[in-house]
Ligand binder design. Structure first.
Ligand code: ACO
Length: 464
């Protein structure tokens, strides 16, 4: 069987069920593929039409004169097996089955037959019951989700279709660049383990995020082994759906998979270095911080703020996550004392007080980043009339550039409408910014959590 390289870097893709009707799913997938700029060959397949979106249409995939690597299938479930037979004839390598109406509605036998038949032709199956997949390095958007996915190095695997599509949109709004978004649906063949193995070796992926409801019987052990190896090189964040008994029941009726015992998953995830997120928000917050920062080289994390309350919230959040703030280095204290009032506070968090200006943010951020004893920095800002959020955001970006260093930084900004714009500006510059001190601090904590997880798997499993 093929490894997954050709699924993500195909020379040609056929869309079986590319419709004349622009509102249908097959038509939407064809449009995304063409308009997102896939560089390989695209073959719409539909027996009732000669041309779609300026591309020649073929009645069957076996009528295409050249080889087809990937067939995206968007025809009703009673037609899928016939289409698979024709894909076999055409030498297709991967079938991406969008169609619903398999195991999730009790049709286990139909799903088993789909895989059995596909495998008899050497075809691997992604799906069924999926919204498609995206791989930005190949400008490949074979999904019926949003088109303009931002490229970056986070790979996102989703067992839920609707949530996955919604989160595709979320990555765009939050300026989170992705390498891949893969809908796995019923996971009849290709599953999280196969994808982890691909992303492990994928130079375009730095962080892997999985929305997981459950695994097929027998795949749990394999997931743990593969995840342990992968997480020694790249962080893996899992949002485990069905953490509660009632949630597990809901998951079972969704993609037909067993959610499994929470305690079992938690312990397995810990053993394999996986970071377990309780919410989608946490997972994306951590992914952003991990994707845009290198790892801290030590425990000396400094927090700079203009508000005591924000500093306290931050301290609590760090402590909740097992990260304890140490006294800031004396050199840094002396430097910041040069421009702050006598009532500024120099425990960690360093509170420059509400008098802090844009320039103070620049000077303090620069001083912290240049101090060899500081390993990581979280900057907090509460909106005041003596600053503008954009002014502070620009000061932070300039200071990062001026420092010539690449220490990890997260930013938390709280306030009115100007703050949202400043947070978005920072994120566009790949400075991980959030609308609360707690989220900025939890995101920075995820770097330390990953450092601990990596150390654990490297040591306990003897991985070098
Ligand atoms: N080969 C090629 N084309 C074919 C074939 C065939 N064997 N058979 C039919 N077609 C054409 C049809 O003629 C039609 O084109 P036309 O509109 O130009 O006539 C096109 O393929 C589509 O066929 P339809 O019968 O119109 O099917 P429709 O598009 O309505 O539905 C679909 C197909 C989308 C796969 C549907 O069966 C389905 O499963 N929908 C759910 C998909 C889904 O939600 N997946 C999970 C995603 S995640 C989430 O929840 C968001």
């Amino acid at each position: 069987m093929e490894d997954l390289s050709r699924l993500f870097n195909p020379s040609s893709i056929a869309i079986i069920g590319a419709s004349r009707d622009p509102s249908k799913i097959g038509s939407q997938i064809l449009r995304n593929l063409v308009e997102y700029g896939f560089g390989g060959k695209i073959y719409p397949i539909n027996p009732t039409v000669d041309e779609l979106m300026g591309l020649k249409c073929y009645p069957k995939v076996s009528d295409v004169p050249e080889g087809v690597d990937v067939a995206v299938i968007s025809v009703p479930s009673d037609k899928v097996l016939g289409v698979i037979d024709d894909c076999g004839k055409a030498g297709v390598k991967f079938a991406v089955v969008i169609t619903s109406g398999f195991k999730e509605v009790g049709k286990e036998e139909l799903e088993e037959e789909l895989v059995r038949r596909a495998h008899s032709y050497g075809i691997r199956v992604l799906g069924p019951n999926i919204f498609g997949y995206v791989y930005t390095p190949a400008r490949l958007n074979a999904s019926f989700g949003p088109k303009e996915v931002i490229s970056g190095n986070v790979a996102f695997i989703s067992q839920s279709g609707a949530l996955g599509i919604a989160l595709m949109g979320y990555t765009i709004v939050e300026n989170i660049g992705v390498s891949a978004i893969v809908s796995v649906g019923n996971k009849a063949d290709i599953d999280d383990v196969d994808l982890l193995e691909f992303f492990e070796g994928d130079p375009n992926t730095g962080v892997i995020m999985i929305y997981l409801e459950g695994l097929a019987p027998g795949r749990g052990r394999k997931l743990i082994d593969v995840a342990a190896r992968v997480s020694s090189r790249k962080p893996i964040i899992v949002i485990k759906a069905g953490r509660t008994e009632v949630g597990a029941k809901a998951a079972a009726s969704h993609t037909g998979s067993m959610a499994g015992s929470v305690a079992v998953y938690e312990s397995a995830f810990r053993q394999s270095g996986i970071l377990m997120a309780k919410s989608v928000e946490d997972a994306f917050d951590w992914a952003k911080a991990l994707a845009w920062n290198r790892m801290p080289e030590g425990e000396n994390l400094v927090v700079i703020t203009n508000g005591g309350g924000a500093g306290v919230q931050s301290t609590d959040t760090f402590a909740d996550n097992g990260v304890y703030l140490k006294r800031p280095p004396e050199g840094l204290v002396q430097e910041i004392k040069r421009f702050t009032p006598p009532f500024a506070s120099f425990t960690n968090p360093i509170d420059m007080t509400g008098m802090a200006t844009d320039d103070w943010y620049h000077r303090a951020t620069l001083a912290a980043l240049k101090d060899p004893e500081v390993h990581a920095l979280t900057v907090l800002y509460c909106q005041t009339a003596v600053t503008t959020p954009m002014g502070v955001a620009r000061s932070i970006v300039d200071a990062i550039k001026d420092s010539g260093d690449s220490k990890p930084v997260t930013v938390g900004m709280v306030g009115g409408p100007g703050v949202a714009e400043a947070v978005s500006f920072l994120n566009k510059q790949r400075v991980a910014a959030y609308p609360t001190p707690e989220r900025a601090s939890a995101a920075m904590s995820s770097l330390y959590a990953y450092a601990r997880a990596r150390e654990y798997v490297v040591r306990s499993l003897g991985i070098s």
